[in-house]
Design a protein around this ligand. Structure first.
Ligand SMILES: [Zn+2]
Ligand SMILES: [Zn+2]
Length: 401
């Protein structure tokens, strides 16, 4: 398994250098095709009925950076469903590059309410609304110790804070896709079903992190089990319920030493954050050697040349099984027989792609109050001369009155 880490690392190195993509196998002819064992090109592969594709849309920390957004996992199941688990700051640009119609990205499961796990909801909400989502967003998330610490409260107030955004869009777009429905479930519930449809079952278990409320999720489909661990100190629920997982995702944090050296923390703070609030590499390894998944994934750290080997060494003190140390745009294809790990190659400039369903009609004239008053409208400068001919031409082309 060390071999695949080395392969991923050297591929990453190639990607970072901006060189040609790495390819595997043997090239048999100078004019032929090179096999591409390590590369996933979004939108080019059908998903088999009994297959799951897991995509890392965010693997970093609250201070999102271009190479790593904050937490986000996209799980695509062979029945056609897609589930976003967390939607951390910056993660939607990675999701957008997959060129998946927004209508297929309407199910979001939140592990907890730190911004690095839901900070990009605004992008999915308003971006998806303007780019073709035809119905409301659906969010599943945990309750809190008090009402104001739960997902329902958070989303209600999210919408309140974006009142201006919604009201101005409502005038020109259908209000439907701007709505968000929330399924809030008990954060204390252990292995209780929070979603069950079309052969997909999702359960939640409590996590131990920062305050009451955080959870982890367990998704089962086609006899496959994926555990999506949110931020947590190692906990008994994960140990019990992640057993027999095909993929077990769990946070592993920067080492206390690197938190001091690279993150500017005091030794005391580094030890607290790195070993008590979050999970150290050694503790992550202990969790995985106990759970024994088919494949373990560690994330939630800045994955760089000067950090990943420290984390890898820490994990290897306590776990010698299959392992990925995730960074953004890694992808895992999972079937009963195989787990294929690759990097996604996607264009920076990908636009959203329209789906099969047409967006709902905009509101009829006069049904939604005009958000611009006559006072402001009276300030419009006449550009009829400049754009009039273009508008006339456009109307003619599209048979408009
Ligand atoms: Zn957190
Ligand atoms: Zn976090």
């Amino acid at each position: 398994m060390k071999k695949s880490i080395v392969a991923m690392t050297s591929l990453l190195f190639v990607l970072m250098q901006g060189n040609l993509m790495a390819a595997g196998g043997a090239v048999k002819s100078p004019t032929g095709v090179a096999p591409d064992r390590y590369v996933y090109y979004p939108g080019t592969e059908a998903l088999a009925k009994d297959e799951i594709r897991l995509f890392a849309c965010g693997t970093g920390l609250p201070a999102a950076r271009r190479s790593q957004a904050a937490t986000c996992w996209l799980v695509e199941t062979g029945n056609g469903d897609k589930f976003l688990f967390d939607i951390g700051t910056g993660s939607m640009v990675n999701v957008a590059a997959l060129m998946i119609p927004y209508d297929f990205l309407n199910k979001v499961f939140l592990t907890h309410l730190h911004t690095d796990h839901w900070g990009d909801l605004s992008t999915l909400w308003a971006g998806g609304w303007t780019a073709g989502r035809t119905g409301p967003l659906k969010i599943w998330g945990p309750s809190g110790a008090t009402e104001d610490m739960g997902t329902k409260y958070a989303v209600e107030h999210f919408l309140k804070s974006f009142n201006w955004d919604a009201k101005t869009r409502n005038f020109v777009l259908s209000a439907e896709p701007g709505k968000i429905s929330v399924e809030e479930f008990d954060y204390k519930a252990v292995n209780k079903v929070v979603y069950k449809e079309n052969g997909v079952t999702i359960r939640s278990i409590p996590a131990i992190h920062a305050g009451d409320g955080p959870v982890s999720f367990i998704l089962e489909y086609a006899g496959l089990k994926i555990v999506i661990g949110g931020d947590t100190f190692p906990n008994k629920w994960y140990i019990e319920h992640a057993k027999n997982a095909d993929i077990a995702i769990h946070e592993t944090f920067l080492t206390p030493e690197d938190l001091v050296k690279l993150y500017g923390q005091s030794p005391q703070q580094a030890l607290g954050v790195g070993t008590q609030i979050h999970t150290s590499p050694q503790a992550f390894g202990k969790v995985m050697s106990t759970v024994k998944p088919r494949h373990a994934i560690g994330y939630h750290f800045f994955n760089d040349e000067n950090t990943r080997y420290d984390i890898y060494d820490g994990v290897r003190q306590t776990y010698d099984g299959p392992l990925s140390l995730a960074t953004d745009n890694m992808v895992w294809n999972i079937t009963k027989d195989n787990i294929n790990i690759r990097m996604t190659i996607s264009p920076d400039a990908a636009w959203s792609v329209a789906g099969p369903t047409k967006p709902p009609k905009p509101p009829a004239k006069g049904t939604v109050p005009d958000p611009i008053t006559d006072y402001i409208k009276a300030g419009r400068w006449n550009v009829e001369d400049a754009q009039g001919p273009m508008i006339k031409e456009f109307k003619k082309e599209h048979n408009m009155k």
